[in-house]
Design a binder for this molecule. Structure first.
Ligand code: DGL
Length: 220
């Protein structure tokens, strides 16, 4: 008898979710993965949490109706603003990405870190709480990335602009760069080339996979 494949949903406003889904597929190939995007409203990063919630409610409902037993929120903008609300609305297991401030603070030697994220993530209470909790004694640099997700969606990467933003943070002493938006997976190589050995780049895919493996064990 063929064993049933567990179905999980991976959600992001756009291309960020694809990179997370690809990483999961590579590491746990036996899953049935439903990737959902919101092509109509991407990017989310300059929208209000209320507006974003109105977009995602029907999408999450549909993922659950399609039989997703776990939903991966591969969108920092959603997770830092709407997790309590989503947990209240939907009775499904969630795994959510978040800017990796705790780990960045732990490994930074210069005590200066960079967080690249959308304006709506940076404005969230959850993000501010993470900073207060884990980066109280650090300098946290937040370059203007407000149109990076759009640039990535359009597949028009302005490398000069990325370089200017990243060089400024490296010049200010940052030795860890947190990719706090899943879209930036698609420019990780460019950022690594700019930083070379001057900074470590952190992105959440390995953490999501670890958490998912743990959850699958519990659910099986
Ligand atoms: N990829 C998302 C994030 O992690 C959203 C980017 C956007 O839609 O602006 O924040």
């Amino acid at each position: 008898m063929e064993s049933r494949k567990m179905k999980i949903g991976v959600f992001d406003s756009g291309l960020g979710g694809l990179s997370v889904a690809n990483a999961i597929k590579k590491s746990i190939p036996e899953l049935d993965i439903v990737v959902q995007q919101d092509k109509e409203h991407v990017p989310y990063g300059t929208r209000s949490p209320e507006e974003i919630l109105s977009f995602i409610k029907p999408i999450f409902q549909e993922m659950i109706e399609r039989g997703c037993e776990v939903i991966i929120i591969a969108c920092n903008t959603v997770s830092t603003n709407l997790m309590p609300e989503l947990r209240r609305l939907f009775k499904v297991s969630f795994i959510a990405v978040e800017p990796m401030i705790k780990y960045a603070a732990k490994i930074s030697k210069s005590k200066t870190i960079t967080v690249c994220a959308t304006p709506t993530t940076l404005a969230s209470a959850r993000y501010k709480d993470l900073k207060k909790r884990y980066a109280k004694n650090l300098t946290v640099l937040e370059p203007d990335c407000s149109d990076w997700a759009h640039m990535i969606e359009q597949r028009q990467i302005d490398e000069r602009r990325i370089k200017t933003a990243i060089e400024a943070t490296l010049g200010a002493g940052s030795d860890v760069i947190v990719l706090g938006c899943t879209h930036y997976h698609w420019i990780e190589k460019e950022i690594k080339n700019i930083a070379e050995t001057r900074a470590q780049i952190l992105q959440p895919e390995p953490i999501v996979i670890g958490q998912l493996k743990q959850l699958l064990k519990q659910l099986s």
